[in-house]
Design a protein around this ligand. Sequence first.
Ligand code: COA
Length: 139
Amino acid sequence: MTIESAIPVDGPVTVALWRACGLTRPWNDPDADFALALDSPSSTVLVARGASGIDGSVMVGFDGHRGWVYYLAVAPDGRRAGLGRALMEAAETWLRARGAPKIQLMVREDNHQALGFYQALGLEPQKVVTLGRFLKDDS
Ligand SMILES: CC(C)(COP(=O)(O)OP(=O)(O)OC[C@H]1O[C@@H](n2cnc3c(N)ncnc32)[C@H](O)[C@@H]1OP(=O)(O)O)[C@@H](O)C(=O)NCCC(=O)NCCS
């Protein structure tokens, strides 16, 4: 098993993994999300390659202030064997190499399995509310 930055041809398999892990939402375009992360020098998608293909992924990016994690996914039949932890460690290594002082992420409040996982890794809830809206297309 190796964890490394994805390349463009990894997109379909990685997005299929995200779908299998329940990470996609109708208002997001996961193929575009994958391509955008690979296009920027300040973000990437790390994938875990095993004998049977891509077994896990994590998107990571540094906005110049904080490091952010998205699309952490471990294939359902590969869980509870340390791969999620290894992917988060790889994301931390990627962020440290770019000088990011902090790693943070958003979890849906009803995703109890992920909350249990992050708690086991020592991540703590932050006292903030996340606000946002999609940017309008000016063109
Ligand atoms: C969350 C997820 C990535 C965890 O991956 P994993 O490979 O099973 O996790 P690991 O085996 O590395 O577990 C690491 C630690 O978290 C704990 N953990 C894992 N899943 C857990 C769960 N459902 N509840 C509580 N703790 C959990 C493990 O016990 C382990 O702790 P330990 O090392 O002290 O024993 C995986 O369940 C997943 O892909 N879920 C669906 C997608 C998702 O919700 N992603 C997060 C979006 S924010």
